[in-house]
Write a protein that binds this ligand. Sequence first.
Ligand code: 5GP
Ligand code: 5GP
Length: 258
Amino acid sequence: MPPCCSGSPLLKPDTSIKEKEGYFTAMTRRNPPPVSLLLLLVLLPLLAVAPTSLAQDFDFFYFVLQWPGSYCDTAKSCCYPTSGKPAADFGIHGLWPNYNDGSYPSNCDPNSPYDASKVRDLLSSMRQKWPTLACPSSDGTQFWTHEWEKHGTCSESVLDQHDYFQAALGLKKQVDVLQILQDAGIQPDGGNYSLKSIVSAISDAIGYTPWIECNKDEAGNSQLYQVYLCVDTSAAKLIQCPVLPRKRCGSEIEFPSF
Ligand code: 5GP
Ligand code: 5GP
């Protein structure tokens, strides 16, 4: 299996290669032998490198935001980053290239490790807008490394490392989910809100339907954990989601404080 596809239930790159091979076979059958031989010579080296180049291919991004209150009030708890308690705001979790069939590529380029020197000008914004809450406390490097290596390397054909982190920060600036919810009277006050009201508030504000992911607090209550927005392949424009993740929330969910 190519390294690109470990997280993917459907191996799109492989499928594409098979489609290519079928096309190739059909073409060569229709052509007289000298042409097909020539084609074979030209196409064989291309097919040999196909898995790497096709691995860069994807259909859209999920831009995923996490509510820190819901990451921290679980049985597992959380650890604040070494820079201190993050703002009571949705933080970036990731910008994830995805396929329209719901599968996704991952870990596409082992030769492209996270390199903080490439995002030096963004680090202070990343600390604020992309804070890590995993334990033990850290400065965020592990979280950003994971997100770049698992997801970012799969959109390298469009965004290099600097542009990838910059694009995510730009999207965070573009959509203020907390403000949108508060404007609709939905506050992080530990109260319960209908999932419908949360989805409607965001849809009405941005013009596209978000996907809401829930998790459970220590007492087992379902709560607003992550907001998924869909973004075009340039990572600049919000779009209607071509496919939604499968996990579902209850109809009433808690919005915990942080
Ligand atoms: P979980 O299993 O907790 O839903 O997801 C674990 C991780 O798998 C996520 O943090 C993310 O890295 C990846 N992941 C889960 N669902 C999706 C998806 O629908 N699309 C993409 N691109 N990645 C996903
Ligand atoms: P994903 O679920 O995106 O595949 O994996 C997230 C990885 O980043 C996990 O190894 C997790 O421990 C680490 N991580 C570090 N900080 C955070 C955080 O604030 N939120 C989440 N969801 N994962 C974090």
